[in-house]
Design a protein around this ligand. Structure first.
Ligand code: NAD
Length: 485
């Protein structure tokens, strides 16, 4: 049995075996809550990428997953879910230490990962084609075939849950997968790999590679051995991957950033809204693609909403993730500097810093919970992703104006409507340019609800039944029947 973390540097699961890196480099992992060194992870290099892709291809050619009887594939997925749940306590603690998130959220990531495997385990034997009527003399039907080798690149903010979000439907559909883990917090994902190994994933059908982003990730996605790319991360990296995908004409799913807005009308329940602000802005220290980074409030309740948001922010408990506070550190010194600089630049441009605005004394990469008020909707801070515990509050006077403001940035990941008027909720939801709209509760939904972006937030949908169709392609079989004599 493999347990992590283990002595040495064996953090790469390649072709069914745990291996050290092959170019001698290491990634040093630090605890962002204490700035103490936690572990070194071996960097996979060119040789590991090649071995992982060869093993994945061999798995595809053997039909290890695609030809497995669907009910057996479903059973494998449920075994994986059980193995993930079995390590959630210990592995969640490691993820908490390496990512800075709360213990509850880290263990919750493993639970969410288990739910993805259980959910797609439930559909692994129900990937059914259609029969298409062509009239007498013809039989026509469609088959859903796996792509083959899926290359998946995962970001650091939810490394375990997001890896599982793509791995589970890909395996349920019969693909082999090579995952590039995030360099800032790869250990929890390696522990997820150990759960897959124990559940009996066929050799080579899953590989996990750890290494420095642009080098390892770029090598992986550019390979002509890759049949499909799934990328979750920032817009610039997504664009660079799309260039590589254009060269090899490889189908891609892009789950990119966001600048999502909640729209609170004058009849919004302010207690419910503030509960959503707490979760939407401060969960994972705001390092969430679908964070509520803008709050648009009807002018009649705007002053009250700002006051409540400030009181909420100033009352948050702040500390190391192991203590389950309301607000945890950012992942790295670089991320803290980036967030602080964005806020300072906004302040210099005249935005009112209603609270927070600067880093907090260390150790640990803590940013003060920040509320920016009367934010100019055209300003950079209102248009660009900050990826930290920062809320931009903007007043509006009419429904039409609120929709225009909400839809103004190039991003369109999620949005929210807070109102007690059901007709207005549906009317506005229909007009918001986003892949998912929350009504009266930010982050409502779950593993079964489709998620993804429009505009610069990307394309393709993850989660739910919808996502399964990212991982298969349709083949049509058109048969001219022998009409007899
Ligand atoms: P990032 O783009 O810097 O890195 C994402 C991953 O890509 C990492 O594993 C990195 O090592 C790898 N990478 C970097 N350069 C690469 C290249 N040239 N080729 C291939 N791989 C490369 O993003 P990040 O900072 O890790 O994550 C934060 C971003 O991710 C935010 O913009 C956030 O909104 C977005 N995100 C989106 C979703 C979603 O579902 N839409 C979910 C989580 C995070």
């Amino acid at each position: 049995m493999t347990t992590f973390p283990r002595a040495g540097l064996a953090q790469n699961f390649v072709a069914g075996h745990w291996a050290e890196g092959d170019e001698g480099g290491v990634v040093a992992i630090e605890d962002p809550g204490t700035q103490e060194h936690l572990a070194n992870c071996a960097c996979a290099g060119e040789a590991s990428v090649a071995r992982a892709l060869d093993a994945a291809r061999a798995g595809v050619e053997r039909g290890s997953l695609a030809d497995m009887p669907p009910a057996e594939r479903a059973a494998l997925m449920h075994r994986i879910a059980a193995e993930i749940r079995a390590i959630a306590g210990e592995a969640g603690e490691m993820l908490c230490r390496e990512s800075g998130k709360t213990l509850e959220a880290a263990q919750g990531e493993f639970e969410e990962a288990a739910q993805y495997f259980a959910y797609y385990g439930g559909v692994a034997d129900k990937i059914e084609g259609k029969s298409i009527p062509l009239g007498p003399g013809y039989l026509d039907y469609t088959l859903y075939e796996p792509y083959g080798v899926s290359a998946q690149v995962v970001p650091w903010n939810f490394p375990v849950a997001l890896a599982a979000r793509s791995l589970a439907p890909a395996l349920a559909a019969g693909n082999s997968v090579v995952v590039k883990s995030p360099e800032l917090d790869p250990i929890g994902l390696a522990m997820l790999g150990s759960a897959l190994e124990r559940a009996g994933v066929p050799e080579g059908c899953v590989s996990l590679l750890c290494g420095i982003g642009a080098e390892l990730g770029a090598r992986l996605v550019a390979s002509s051995e890759v049949d499909q790319i799934v990328f979750t991360g920032s817009v610039p990296t997504g664009q660079s991957i799309l260039h590589a995908a254009a060269e090899t004409v490889t189908p891609s799913v892009m789950e990119l950033g966001g600048k999502s807005a909640a729209v609170a009308f004058e009849d919004a329940d302010l207690d419910g809204l503030m509960a959503s602000v707490k979760n939407g802005v401060y969960f994972n220290a705001g390092q969430v693609c679908s964070a509520m980074s803008r709050l648009l409030v009807h002018r009649s309740i705007y002053a009250q909403a700002v006051e409540r948001a400030v009181a909420l922010s100033q009352g948050l408990s702040i500390g190391h993730g192991l203590d389950n506070p309301d607000l945890t550190p950012l992942i790295s010194a670089q991320q803290l500097t980036r967030v602080e600089e964005r806020v300072q630049a906004a302040a210099q441009e005249g935005v009112r810093v209603a609270c927070g605005g600067t880093r907090l004394p260390g150790p640990g990469y803590f940013m003060a919970p920040t509320v920016l008020a009367e934010v100019d909707p055209a300003s950079r801070i209102a248009q660009e992703e900050v990826f930290g515990p920062v809320l931009c509050m903007i007043p509006f006077d009419s429904e039409t104006e609120a929709i225009e403001l909400a839809n103004a940035p190039d991003f369109g990941l999620v949005a929210g409507v807070f109102t007690q008027d059901l007709s207005r909720a549906h009317r506005v939801a229909a007009k918001l340019r986003a892949g998912q709209v929350f009504v009266n509760e930010w982050f409502a939904g779950g593993v079964a609800t489709p998620f993804g972006g429009v505009g610069r937030s990307g394309f393709g949908r993850e989660k739910g039944l919808e996502a399964l169709y990212n991982y298969v392609r349709t083949k049509n079989v058109a048969v001219a029947l022998n009409r007899g004599s």
